[in-house]
Design a protein around this ligand. Structure first.
Ligand code: FAE
Length: 525
């Protein structure tokens, strides 16, 4: 009965049905024994759950965030005035673009298991999604397949022909990647900011490219016609979308739920994984919506899949090794972390280069300066949907910053830190400047210095793209099996060596598809 109900909900594919379908049949409890436990429900976790279930294996996801139903409007907080629902267990908001006119726009909020985490890791604030669907709940949906040459340079052990012929197409299809109708892009007021960004880039000789997305672009057109509930056109993105975006609960997780073989235990945080008998014992804390621990549980699992994201997976593995729980893990665990060269900046346009009072929240265009040997960079032309024309062009650059950091266990606090220093992002600034200094000089315009602090030009102390910490074919074998402890796997952004040159979730999804196919074929039958 339960399985049939799950399947029916998912096949309907309405957002309400899908949210219901992704619910656990029941939360895991102490004493349970499961064949496969997956830590985290982002891209790596969702792919793993689906493919295990299709292979006939019961898969149990443990997710520390809550389930965000998109059945109703009013579920997610607003972009311009976020409340407690916007942030993970903080007393004060931590907006990525933190200032306007040099004044902080942050405000006090109640502590709550909100959707976006701003995790301070010393020299950098790492933004991550929290909830069923992980980063897919909060990201901009930009769905980019990396350049083959750079992918081969980064991960030489991976058969790139197979990746580009099989696994990237599989990931793009599973994620529901689509493209904007270019004729509509050229005419709609909602993308004036992107056309202005393109025009100013092209006048300085830079190439611009359209970028695919998982936001349903036909839905967006209907939004502009006033036919459906507005989401992208209501400025929604980093605190959740009520409609339009094909986040994981509507794609991979819905398909996984439809098999009837996947459960998701929400508001449970995995804290410990130790060998036990032929498998592992997994400890977790159950939390309430204010983050208080209400129970601790221990579950036995034959196989454990780490899919807690680059930061979550790395922190767990480094702690388990240092505390002697998983002593045989490779010394490569915790190494090779990078911020994907992220740096943000705003420019002030002239009054005749308006960016529009109406801006879609979903980016669809980037400036491609990757071939500049002096400083490869790809800059997303980002919206700044403030509700009024502020003539601001905002950019999130992904640069080839070679700097890396390590996770380190601190025995006195029992916490895992990251060695990254803000100064390590200077190479990213230098690379981004090769684009924006040139544009400013050509246009006779200036940088905004009021958006990331008072008199601060660069958003250099934050990232949306944490990568690495358990690099493929170093900390793991060539398919994500952790060295030293059979039956443990890494499936998420921790596998990617610190930098990718493009937005990462398509690659994380495709690598998870590749690795789980090999694991199912060789380890589970
Ligand atoms: P992720 O999606 O972070 O999932 C990990 C999950 O594990 C989360 O749900 C956690 O709550 C959960 N978790 C962590 N620790 C534990 C624990 N101990 N116990 C239980 N659960 C745990 O990992 N990427 C793009 O490609 N295009 C974009 O346009 C884009 N825009 C972004 C915008 C924002 C604001 C942000 C924050 C990110 C953006 N990203 C974008 C990055 C993208 O979302 C990110 O690379 C992926 O979500 C990473 O996928 P993973 O599977 O590694």
């Amino acid at each position: 009965m339960a399985a049939t109900g799950l399947a029916a909900g998912a096949i309907a594919l309405s957002s309400a049905g899908v949210a219901a379908a992704a619910s656990p049949r029941r939360a895991l409890n102490t004493g349970d024994r499961v064949p496969a436990l997956i830590i985290g429900s982002g891209y790596g976790g969702a792919v793993t759950a689906l493919r295990l279930a299709q292979a006939g294996i019961d898969a149990h996801i443990v997710e520390m965030g809550k389930e965000w139903s998109t059945a109703d409007s009013g579920v997610f907080t607003s972009t311009t005035a976020p409340d407690k629902r916007g942030f993970w267990l903080r007393n004060r908001t931590a907006q990525p673009v933190s200032h306007f006119m040099g004044v902080s726009i942050d405000k006090d909020i109640e502590k709550y298991v909100g959707i976006l985490d701003c995790e301070n890791m010393g020299g950098i604030n790492v933004y991550q999604g929290r909830g069923v669907g992980g980063g897919s709940l909060v990201n901009g949906g930009m769905a980019v397949t990396p350049r083959r040459g750079y992918f081969e340079e980064l991960l030489p052990s991976v058969d790139s022909t197979e990746m580009y012929n099989v696994f990237f197409p599989r990931a793009n299809s599973g994620l529901g990647v689509n493209n904007i109708d270019q004729a509509w892009f050229e005419s709609t007021e909602w993308y004036k900011f992107a056309r202005t960004g393109r025009k100013t880039a092209q006048r300085s000789g830079f190439k611009t490219v359209f970028v695919p997305n998982v936001y349903d672009m036909n839905y967006m057109k209907q939004e502009s016609a006033g036919a459906v509930l507005k989401s992208a056109l209501a400025g929604e993105v980093i605190f959740g979308n009520h409609a339009g975006k094909k986040s994981l609960p509507k794609t991979y997780l819905a398909e996984a739920a439809a098999t009837g073989k996947v459960t998701i235990t929400t508001l449970h945080r995995v804290t410990k994984v130790v060998p036990s008998g032929a498998g592992y014992s997994v400890e977790m804390e159950q939390i309430d919506e204010q983050g208080n621990i209400v129970a601790t549980k221990t579950v036995a699992a034959d196989k454990v899949f780490f899919a807690a994201g680059s930061i979550g997976t790395s922190k767990l593995l480094v702690a388990m090794k240092a505390q002697g729980h998983l002593p045989n893990l490779s010394g490569e665990v915790g190494q090779g972390w990078g911020n994907n060269g992220n740096v943000m900046v705003g420019r002030a346009n002239h009054l005749w280069d308006a960016t529009g009072g109406k801006q879609a929240s979903i980016p669809t265009m980037g400036i491609d300066n990757w071939d500049d040997a002096g400083g490869p960079a790809f800059a997303e032309i980002a919206p700044f949907p403030a509700g009024a024309d502020l003539f601001i062009s905002l950019y999130l650059s992904i640069t080839k910053n070679p700097e890396r950091a390590q996770f380190q266990y601190n025995a006195s606090t029992g916490k895992v830190g990251l060695s990254w220093q803000t100064s390590q992002n200077q190479p990213a600034i230098n690379m981004a400047k090769r684009i924006f200094d040139k544009i400013n000089s050509k246009e006779g315009t200036i940088y905004r210095t009021d958006m990331f602090g008072g008199y601060k030009t660069w958003g250099d102390n934050l990232t949306y793209h944490p990568l690495g910490g358990a690099i493929l074919n170093k900390a793991t074998d060539n398919h994500g099996r952790l060295h030293g402890h059979p039956g443990l796997y890494v499936m998420d952004g921790a596998l990617v060596p610190g930098n990718l040159g493009v937005n990462p979730f398509v690659t994380i999804t495709a690598l998870a598809e590749r690795n789980i196919a090999n694991i199912v074929a060789n380890d589970l039958h």
